[in-house]
Design a protein around this ligand. Sequence first.
Ligand SMILES: [Zn+2]
Length: 181
Amino acid sequence: MSASSRLRGNAGSSIQWNRTGVARLSGLAYVDGKMATTAITTAPGTYALVLAGRKTNTVRIGSLGTLELKPGVYIYIGSAFGPGGLAARIRHHTEIAVRPHWHSDYLRAACDLIEVWITTQGGRHEHSWARAVARLPGSQVPMPGFGSSDCNCQTHLFWFQHAPSIRTFRRFVQTMVNVRR
Ligand SMILES: [Zn+2]
């Protein structure tokens, strides 16, 4: 599938919200180097980047250290509560940062962005989302401390040999909301 056909398939569509409040953005593609962000909400919220490691590689993650990149799927959990909300942040992640700042910027430069899971439901869910992704079958921690410098989570980055299903993730997220402290 070419980038342009993916974009045409996506550009006019609206976000498909599920009753769990977790939507999937797929077909993230570009025209003239710019992503069509019209379909992405500018509301604040929480997101998960689903990234594919292209090949075995060594990636420097800022001052955190070196990640041994493996083929497979990486899921990074973040939140967007600044200007432009989710649309601005996801646009940032679709591009390769010229001056990497966040841990995710370093990883992004070595991976393909496959899809993004988002929610705009009230409050910050990034830490409960990290716990939910940690519980998905096959979840591994490739680098403790990734994206979690400012919280108590072990990590906000997970690795899977095969892409986990958003259905399972949604179920775990709901369970965690229900048992939230
Ligand atoms: Zn956290």
